[in-house]
Design a protein around this ligand. Sequence first.
Ligand code: ADP
Ligand code: 5GP
Length: 194
Amino acid sequence: MRGRLIILTAPSGAGKSTIARALRERFPELVFSVSATTRPPRPGEQNGRDYVFLSEEEFRRWIEEGKLIEYEEVYPGRFYGTPREPLERALQAGQTVLLDVDVQGARHLKSLYGDRALAIFIAPPDLQELARRLRARGTETEESLRTRLERARMEMAASGAFDLTIVNADLCQAIEETARAVAAFMQKPIFEQQ
Ligand code: ADP
Ligand code: 5GP
């Protein structure tokens, strides 16, 4: 295995997808890991590009068949997981893979890949601003907004477990900081553990 992982994690609404998009423009060599999920697509989301959208039954089958390297029930009844084969194939080919996963998935992947993975926590300035961004995005029902904000408290408490925290107050600055960390990580030599 020669490749690397860049894992972005954050509470929902902190700006992780926006920062991931900017990174993919800045570093076209990054391979984006398309997760599988049982949540319904948002307007504009494409199956196979943003997520692989599965029914709960299909998701369970993927788990049984070992097709996911990690998965979580991030919100009640909403499963998300990282497909194993595309990730392993990209790593074997020496590519750098960008992942957008929740805090438990990020912990899990970091424990699997150690120094091959850079785990970046994107923090909102505070929970009020997080709520404001989620509302302004206009993608969530009141119910889904509530579950996301409840979970955000636990997720904020986990921020210390990662390699780096970037506070996304000013978006341009957060993108610059993240891009700097990614560039440094991609240059860094990695010594294989025996
Ligand atoms: P996540 O992927 O973490 O759920 P998004 O990237 O979808 O979050 O961002 C949530 C919303 O907040 C989006 O509407 C996005 O345009 C907006 N946003 C992201 N970063 C900032 C920022 N620094 N200031 C204000 N709004 C932001
Ligand atoms: P959303 O529904 O807003 O796209 O994503 C909700 C949460 O699920 C986010 O925290 C996102 O990072 C996380 N997520 C997306 N894909 C995966 C995955 O493959 N594994 C895990 N553990 N979390 C994921």
